[in-house]
Design a protein around this ligand. Structure first.
Ligand SMILES: CC(C)(COP(=O)(O)OP(=O)(O)OC[C@H]1O[C@@H](n2cnc3c(N)ncnc32)[C@H](O)[C@@H]1OP(=O)(O)O)[C@@H](O)C(=O)NCCC(=O)NCCS
Length: 350
């Protein structure tokens, strides 16, 4: 029976560090508010023209591929999770395939926001278990800094997010190790609670408050119009308290689901790597599951919330710090826009 082992991890964050005080110069906010509510002190922003979601993914992937003892030409399939793609289409997977001079392999883009990396990992795991591919590159990367509202209107969203990329190489193994199970969930009833509506084809269909007068608009103004931009409807919006409430319910639930499915307990975990949404959310999960400080990995203080990149960045950083060794039980868990949530339980191989 085939299993997927994480044979290599890598991450990349841009050099440019943005402090809470830097943001206070752009909008009405403060270091105290941001630290107290989110735990975030700094985040990184990509270079305006020299770095993109894909170029950061290339940096992270190069490290993961090398650590797996492979070359880009050995990769059989790419799965790329992001909500901030270089182009609206085509997706980042093909840009990464080109940039890394890979073979004409399949490239799949995944759009599950903060849960995107775990969804992508689950897809890769199924391809490996089914015997279709041997080496799969799974990437999460985001360049949020280009798409945030830096006026006071957008402060509840903009202070949270940062840029970066993380990657893993999944390798087929005949040993009883690697990804034990993945669990994926969604609840579309809350789709508009954390969302970016435009550009889109919604035509107000789902909206409580119309976003534009689509009945009288010119055809060329349907996707994105000046009026939408004037009203800031090209930026993400979030009902923060509603997200918080659901996150602290679903995170512990999906971790316990993973443990129960494998007849394991929270005390068996070497490390829980939660999506870095908010330090207060991670602390709540830790408390709810009765985990010690050393069983939960957090780096949101330095990088902010990097959405699809946050889990693979944290995984790679934890591995670099020697916190994950062969045989360790590691749980990845995420919750985010959709809502979607997911977990992956891993017996670290090697
Ligand atoms: C966004 C979040 C930090 C806001 O914290 P909160 O304690 O819920 O704060 P609220 O949204 O209730 O807002 C409280 C006040 O702070 C203000 N505020 C919002 N953002 C602010 C900022 N960056 N700086 C200063 N004040 C801010 C609000 O306007 C509000 O003011 P009011 O009381 O005068 O109306 C929090 O809700 C959260 O983290 N939610 C989850 C978000 C998340 O994880 N998103 C990613 C999902 S993966």
């Amino acid at each position: 029976m085939l299993h997927s082992v994480i044979a290599g991890t890598g991450f990349y964050v841009p050099e440019h560090v943005v402090t809470n005080d830097d943001l206070s110069k752009l909008m009405e906010t403060s270091n105290e508010w941001i630290v107290e509510r989110t735990g975030i002190s700094t985040r990184r922003y990509a270079h305006r023209t020299q770095e993109t979601t894909t170029t950061m993914a290339v940096e992270a992937s190069a490290v993961a591929i090398e650590r797996a003892g492979l070359k880009p030409a050995d990769i059989d399939f790419i799965i790329f999770a992001t909500l901030s793609p270089d182009y609206y289409f085509p997706g980042c997977g093909v840009l990464l395939q080109r940039a890394m001079k890979m073979r004409e392999i399949g490239a799949l883009d995944v759009r599950n926001q903060c849960s995107g990396f775990i969804y992508a990992l689950s897809v890769g795991d199924q391809f490996i278990r089914g015997g279709m591919y041997k080496n799969i590159l799974v990437v999460g990367s985001e360049k949020h800094s280009f798409g945030l509202d830096f006026s006071t209107r957008g402060r509840n969203v903009s202070v949270i997010f940062g840029d970066g990329a993380g990657a893993v190489v999944l390798k087929a193994s005949e040993k009883d190790e690697g990804i034990l199970s993945t669990h994926l969930h969604s609840d579309g009833a809350s789709a508009e609670i954390l969302a970016m509506f435009n550009p889109g084809t919604h035509g107000n269909h789902w909206a409580k408050e119309p976003l534009a007068d689509f009945n009288n608009a010119e055809w060329g103004d349907m996707y994105m119009s000046h009026a939408m931009i004037d009203k800031g409807q090209n930026f993400p919006t979030m009902d923060g308290p509603a997200v918080f409430k659901k996150a602290i319910e679903k995170f512990p639930e999906v971790v316990l689901e993973a443990l129960n499915a494998n007849n394991l307990k929270p005390t068996d975990l070497k490390l829980l790597i939660p999506h870095q949404a908010n330090l207060r959310i991670s602390q709540f999960i830790q408390h709810k599951l009765g985990l010690r400080d050393d069983q939960v990995f957090n780096n949101i203080q330095r990088y902010g919330n990097t959405t699809a990149a946050s889990v693979p960045i944290a995984l790679a950083e934890a591995w670099e710090q020697g916190l994950i060794q062969k045989g360790d039980l590691v749980c990845l868990a995420a919750f985010g826009s959709g809502f979607t949530w997911a977990s992956a339980l891993i017996r670290w191989g090697g």
